[in-house]
Structure formats: structure tokens, C-alpha cells
Design a protein. Sequence first.
Length: 305
Amino acid sequence: MRYIPPALQAHLDQPVTTTCLLLLIRLADGREFGLTTLDRDVIYQGVTYSAARGFDPSIIATDTSLSVDNAEGYALLAGDVPGITIEMVETGQMDNATWQQLVVNWSDLSMGHATIDAGDVGKVTTKDGMVYMPELLSYVMRLRQAIGGVWSRTCRATFGSPANSQTGCGVDADALWVSGEVTALDDEPRRVFAGSTTGMDPAPIPGRVRITSGRNAGSRLYQVEAYSAVSGTIGLLEPLPFPLEVGDGYEIRIDCPKTPDACRAFNNYLNYKGEPGIPVGDGIEMLTPGADLPGGFSGSEVIDD
């Protein structure tokens, strides 16, 4: 049942209303910004809902059977809107954001609001450097997500996550970060650079990098493909959204290869979320991740009936 304040309900019962929709986007770090279907900005509960570019909500379908709602909002950003920039989208600051869609009486905001729907912000992209399109997924969408895991020889945990979760790891990955600064750039300034983090032992391969200052700053992690302990040169598997500049800050740490030996090295084998003892047939042994692990079963150990 949807709650509607009595004053707003009385207004909605009128033959002519002065209502509009508000779209509130809340980032994972708590920052908020809004868009409105009205032709002028609306300030409600301390948030400015911008009408400069507006948004176009699609039809939201909901019924009592808990079928999945559908909702998508699109916003054309020809320039910066208070609270959001193209850099935020490209560097992953919109990851794990949530949204709420409200209806208010713009001529009398003291009537309160009714919540139309709410959920997670899905894929966020840019087009031609100016189009921002959030995919708005209702919370009911979570009902379609599978609960449980499949068997695998390698660990299914998310490295660095709390142990008390389905994909929990238990290792304090925050303590592994080493801070550095970009000191030189390669011909590929979005992927290869030299930094001040020389002599790391063990070498961060596999490893992760996150940029802490400059245009690429954000929470997104990038996979390390190559590392030189002598020169501090770092090669990333995937390119950054924007070219790096000398002086940009970054952090780098070792990542987990998801093997039992690596988990033992972190003194965390009790949280290993894999089944390294699964027998593997000779024909597919080389195609199975972790099939040649020390102490694990190999194809030659499978009993042939």
C-alpha cells in the first residue's frame, strides 16, 4: 500500500492539479541530486531538482503479484548539472547509486510527497560526451537475482569484502593499498605510466589500481597487467576514461588469484569459497581454472570405473 499524505491526496482528487515528478538520485557516498519534469527548478527537502535538462520517465508497471517493475529515465546533459559531472559517470562515482521517484504539488510543497517507486541505478553511460542515461531498476528486480552459488575450484569470494556475506572474503584489503604519484607517462597515457611505488614485494600481479586525484579519480578499480619493481612502471589491462597527467595520485595493491594457496598466504582459508577437491577429467583438465593446484585433485587421480 502506498502512503499519500492527506493534504496531497485531497489535491489529487481535484479535477485540476499542479503536480510534477521528482527524480532523486542518491550516490553511495551520500551525495544527492535531482531532476524534475517541471519547467523550472524545484527545491524540496534541501535538494534542488533541476529542470534545465529534465528527465523523461517511462511507464512504470507494478501489480500485487510482485512482478518486476520497469522504469528507465533519460537525461540529456549538455553541460554540468549541480551535483553531477561527466567525470563522475566515467570514473564510476555513479556505481551503486539508488533512486526515488516522487510526486509533489509544486505550488504547495508543504503537502509532502508520495513515493511512486524506488530502486537501484543500473548502467550509467555517456554518449558523445554529453548524454547521461541512468537505467532505473525497481527494488523488485532484486527478486529475480539468484541466491546461492555454483561449485568451482577457485574461490568465488569478492576480495576484501566482509566475511559474513555470500561472497564474503574476510581479508582487510584496505590495509594493502600503497599510495603513489604518477611520475612519467608512456605513449598510452590512459593505460601505461610510471609511478613512485617502486620495489613492491610481492609484485602486484594480479593487482588493482584506483586513481585518487585528477580527472580519473573515483572508486573504480583497474586490473594491473604488468608491473616493474625497478622503474615502478604499471600497465593496466583496460584503459582509463581520461589520459593521466604527471602528479596524479593513485593507490595500488596486490589482488587475490582465487587459489587455495593464496588464501592460506592471507591466513584466511576458513573463508575460502571454492571446492578445490572437485575431480577433473583428463580431457578438460587444462580448461578448468585451478585444475593444476598443488594439493588438489588432477585428472590422473580420478578413479576410472
